[in-house]
Design a protein around this ligand. Structure first.
Ligand code: AMP
Length: 277
């Protein structure tokens, strides 16, 4: 396993790799969810490259860029155990040198949900992922269902810009109470951690109502909101029932849909989602 910090070093190592390269972009503070992506990449490729970079461009003013958890040594130990070939850990100066002024802006699917709550977020995500794709030149790239809108946005970018990279979507790994495993979970105090299970409960409620034949989105949303409101530590940012492809809000569940939500638990903003069959 080689750990490199600069783009020339990364390119030099990449050139030596033969066969298919699988790529897993991350912001570090790795957990079982990230490792599920790495394991999947390991089984499907001759070589695996992982990036660890907390991308300032995807955090808004007043968001938690400074407080985002980081522990590089632990991350490297975890990746060593997974048989990763190359780990790329760039600095901000390497990624955004003075004079940097080119951005990737994916329209429409970035305007809703996370894009509406976090203006500029997906411009930062699309730009950093495009840059990493150019550096790594993978055959396949691995992303988590946990960030469902991110997958829709990156798929759109890959198709529109003819990047020719296969996107592999990995299901969300969860704690035993259903909370999606996430780097920000560490920010929750014990009471908040207990309260955070409300996201999964609300999504499960949506799925159950859908399975029982409820098609009216207003009714499903109202039930989800009133369940979440029973949890005093939770504050809703959004609750969405959208077309799984376009992420446009639905009135009726008459096609593959995605229930998704963003909820503040204390000072920590958590997101989660569940496809509705
Ligand atoms: P992040 O470090 O939060 O940017 O996440 C890096 C990748 O890991 C993204 O594709 C995420 O969707 C994915 N990921 C994060 N948490 C989970 C999880 N609990 N299950 C599956 N994938 C995840």
């Amino acid at each position: 396993m080689q750990v490199v910090k600069t783009i020339p070093e990364l390119r030099a190592l990449r050139q030596k790799l033969s066969g298919t390269v699988g790529f897993v972009p991350t912001m570090g503070y790795l957990h079982e969810g990230h490792l599920a992506l790495v394991k999947r990449a390991r089984t499907e490729n001759s070589a695996v490259i992982v990036s660890i970079y907390v991308n300032p461009a995807q955090f808004g003013a007043g968001e938690d860029f400074g407080a985002y958890p980081r522990d590089l040594n632990r991350d490297l130990e975890l990746l060593e155990g997974e048989g990763v070939d190359v780990i790329f850990v760039p600095s901000d100066g390497e990624m955004y040198p003075p004079g940097f002024s080119s951005w990737v802006h994916v329209e429409k699917v970035t305007e809703r949900l996370e894009g509406a709550s976090r203006p500029g977020h997906f411009r930062g995500v699309a730009t950093v992922v495009a840059k990493l794709f150019n550096m790594v030149a993978p055959a396949k790239a691995y992303f988590g269902q946990k960030d469902a809108q991110q997958v829709v946005v990156i798929k759109r970018m890959v198709a529109d810009l003819n990047m020719g990279i296969e996107m592999v979507l990995v299901p969300t790994l969860r704690e035993s109470d259903g909370l999606a495993i996430g780097s920000r979970n560490i920010c929750l105090g014990p009471e908040e951690r207990r309260a955070a299970a409300i996201l999964f409960k609300a999504l499960t409620l949506a799925r159950r109502l859908g399975q029982e034949g409820e098609k009216d989105v207003d009714r499903i949303r109202r039930r989800m909101i009133s369940l979440i409101e029973q949890e005093p530590l939770a504050r809703i940012d959004y609750v969405s029932l959208a077309d799984a492809e376009t992420l446009a809000e639905l009135d009726l569940i008459d096609r593959p849909a995605l229930a998704s939500l963003a909820v503040w638990i204390g000072k920590t903003r958590l997101i989660d989602n569940m496809p509705l069959e």
